[in-house]
Design a protein around this ligand. Structure first.
Ligand SMILES: Cc1cc2nc3c(=O)[nH]c(=O)nc-3n(C[C@H](O)[C@H](O)[C@H](O)COP(=O)(O)OP(=O)(O)OC[C@H]3O[C@@H](n4cnc5c(N)ncnc54)[C@H](O)[C@@H]3O)c2cc1C
Length: 392
């Protein structure tokens, strides 16, 4: 490890590796640090991702594709089923990944693009010269080190500290977090569909999911809105769900985690500094999906970093181009899904059931999410008023 780089990226998740790959390809000298000893482990993810979206970032490899899915099914609280084909499912299904291998493959891609990757190295603070961020303080394999950089990128996930070190307000209120529990369940029959279960008794303010990984294994999880959750609630609800749906299944792994569900935050840049991925709250507030947004935002951040360094201007004003690009794309998308989420969490189980019944016979395998929404509007004209902000 040298004591000076063009860019230091903190956190080797999808966001960090994407920034590191893009910036290295543009010719910058990049250091990517990861606090854990193994990139990608432990996994805190249901691992579902849009097939086409992923192909923009990395060549598909059977090593990290656990399963390909045919589509998704949504179950209303009374069990009414709506089925959506894979092609039409939007960003949430297509591949179910092996993230332990996928995250490592992304980091390998950064290395082969020229970045240096160091594990067991944790950013503990930021170095400043006046207002400008000029590097990081870190603990690297038991030792304290200072490393300088023209730009520091925070890609340290949902629990991000680096954003706060930079003076950016990343606080999430309980209503802006989905608290999640997930079991890897084996010995079950799960076909090639991702399943989503709605209902206030199943997952208040969230949903339960079953993402098949092939060979009788699936990620089975639950997300509960932070403001409706209490200590241990997601695990208790998930245990009941698994007992009910997979009575013979064996739990072979468990993860607890959180997903930001706030929609766009006010600011993601400072002088010599950018925030990317979950640390910038760029995940989808409705589904909790964040892998693809993290990868896309990583490319934007890496590209802007390269052009700002080339112009020798890494001020907040110059880095604003990153902020502009992600707000125009990811930001617009997540603002819309935030409106849907905020409406959905007010629905009672009875309302969910009524909506599902209203389109039950009208759904077929060729319908996508927006076809279903359209069918819902047709069958329930009052809904048009509830979602008027989305149609503008
Ligand atoms: C239960 C659950 C299920 C999910 N399911 C899905 C899904 O099916 N599909 C989907 O698209 N998304 C899903 N997500 C969200 C997805 O996991 C995240 O959006 C995605 O991982 C964000 O990538 P990231 O690189 O921003 O952050 P992360 O993947 O969290 O990576 C951040 C990295 O930074 C490291 N780090 C943290 N602090 C430091 C430090 N100080 N110094 C150095 N390194 C540090 C961490 O160890 C970590 O490796 C799920 C999340 C949860 C919790």
């Amino acid at each position: 490890m040298k004591d000076k780089y063009d860019v230091i990226v903190v956190g080797a998740g999808p966001a960090g590796s994407s920034v590191a790959t893009t910036a290295s390809k543009a010719g910058l000298d990049v250091l990517l640090i990861e606090k854990r000893q193994e990139i990608g482990d432990p996994v805190r993810c249901a691992e579902g991702v849009d097939k086409e979206g992923i192909k923009r970032h990395i060549k598909p490899d059977p090593r990290w594709i656990a399963a390909e899915v045919k589509g998704s099914r949504i179950f209303a609280p009374d069990g009414t089923k709506l089925q959506i084909s894979e092609k039409m499912s939007g960003a949430e299904v297509g591949y179910v990944l092996e993230r332990k291998i996928f995250d490592r493959a992304l980091a390998e891609q950064a290395v082969s693009s020229g970045a240096e990757v160091i594990v067991k190295t944790s950013a503990t603070g930021l170095i400043r010269k006046n207002k400008q961020i000029t590097g990081i303080h870190a603990r690297s394999i038991g030792e304290s080190v200072d490393i300088k950089a023209k730009i520091v990128v925070g890609a340290d996930g949902v629990e991000s500290k680096v954003g706060r070190f930079a003076g950016i307000n990343t606080t999430l209120a309980p209503k802006d977090i989905e608290t999640c529990a997930q079991f890897l369940v084996s010995g079950i029959e799960a076909d090639e569909y991702c399943q989503f279960y709605l209902g206030n008794n199943i997952a208040p303010g969230g949903y339960a999911w079953v993402f098949p990984k092939g060979k009788g294994i699936a990620n089975v999880g639950i997300g509960v809105l932070g403001s409706l959750s209490n200590n241990g609630m997601p695990v208790k609800l998930l245990s009941n769900f698994v007992k009910h749906h997979f009575p013979t299944g064996k739990i072979i792994e468990m993860v607890l985690g959180a997903v930001p569900a706030s929609g766009p935050i006010e600011k993601t840049i400072a002088d010599g500094f950018m925030l990317v991925g979950d640390s910038a709250r760029q995940s989808d507030p409705l589904t909790g999906g964040g892998i693809l947004n993290a990868l896309d935002a990583g490319v934007m951040a890496g590209t802007v970093a390269a052009s700002c360094i080339e112009k020798d201007d890494v001020s907040e004003k110059a880095l604003m181009e990153y902020e502009r690009q992600w707000r125009e794309t990811i930001g617009k998308k997540i603002s819309k899904t935030l409106v849907v989420k905020e409406k959905l969490i007010t629905f009672t189980d009875k309302q969910f059931n009524i909506f599902a019944h209203s389109i039950e016979g009208k759904c077929d395998n060729t319908m996508g999410v927006f076809d279903i929404v359209r069918a819902l509007f047709r069958a329930n004209p009052k809904l048009l008023w509830e979602f008027r902000n989305l149609i503008k």
